[in-house]
Write a protein that binds this ligand. Structure first.
Ligand code: PEP
Length: 252
């Protein structure tokens, strides 16, 4: 069976401050993706920078959005719909990032977005993760609930358009990444949840890790944590570091 490709996603959040910087960063990353054989790379800039960067999108370098409205069109001031995104070469959409959940996005809303994104032909990066780890393992139920509600009524045939990004909240933006050993336990758990939910269709689904990834821990997180790739925040804004992370992942 052909081994599926790894995936490295850069979430730029509300950065950088100018189109010029955005272009330089995206161009540098794209150049570094030439010749990658085993890894796809996605950068997710703010909405305003997506359109000017679409000409760069060409496998294995893809563009992603950080959010999408599940309605195709209508009176939703300030929103961008999934149809508008898919119209200009956006291939991935981050859905349910913890920073958006904190702004009030519910499990139900996140599920609607997942369904809209995959129905629109794009790939949804569904973010899940616990706020804290308790000693009795309740956080596992929390992760399971987020996955189950995020995938509710998603047709099994569309599951190859869903990537699950496991991002423990305590590691995001912190100087404390998860240990590869703990990640391995959690990735085994997530695979089991997906298998119970989706049967063999879950075989095509990738699981990413995110939370304080850098060039020092990237290799071990992917290799020993047994995940398909990484979702990178801060380090994706530093082209040299992000490129090093991409190359490390590609060499696994
Ligand atoms: C994130 O916000 O998705 C993230 C992983 O951030 P960081 O890499 O900066 O911890």
């Amino acid at each position: 069976m052909k081994k599926s490709k790894k995936l490295v996603v850069g979430n730029w959040k509300m950065n950088p401050q100018s189109l010029d910087e955005a272009k330089k960063l995206a161009q540098a990353v794209k150049r570094a993706t030439r010749g990658l054989k085993k890894t796809d790379v996605v950068v997710c800039p703010p909405f305003v920078f997506l359109s000017p960067l679409t000409s760069l999108s060409d496998s294995p370098f893809f563009l992603g959005a950080q959010n999408a409205n599940y309605e195709a069109q209508g009176p939703f001031t300030g929103e961008v719909s999934y149809t508008e995104l898919s119209d200009f070469k956006v291939d991935y959409v981050i859905v349910g990032h913890s920073e958006r959940r904190k702004m009030g996005e519910s499990d139900d809303l996140i599920n609607k977005k997942v369904r809209a994104v995959v129905g629109g032909g794009m790939i949804a990066i569904l973010c899940v993760g616990e706020e804290a780890r308790d000693s009795n393992g309740d956080f596992y139920n929390f992760i399971k609930h987020q996955i189950t509600s995020g995938l509710k009524d998603v047709s099994k045939k569309m599951l190859d358009r869903v990537v699950v990004a496991y991002e423990p909240l305590w590691a995001i933006g912190a100087r404390e990444s998860m240990s590869p050993r703990d990640l391995l336990e959690t990735s085994i758990f997530i695979k089991k949840v997906l298998k119970d939910l989706c049967g063999t269709f879950s075989d095509s689904m990738k699981i990413l890790y995110g939370g304080d990834v850098d060039r020092v821990n990237a290799d071990s997180l992917v290799r020993d944590g047994n995940v398909s790739g990484l979702l990178v925040g801060r380090e994706s804004l530093r082209s040299k570091d992000f490129i090093e992370i991409i190359k490390l992942v590609d060499s696994i």
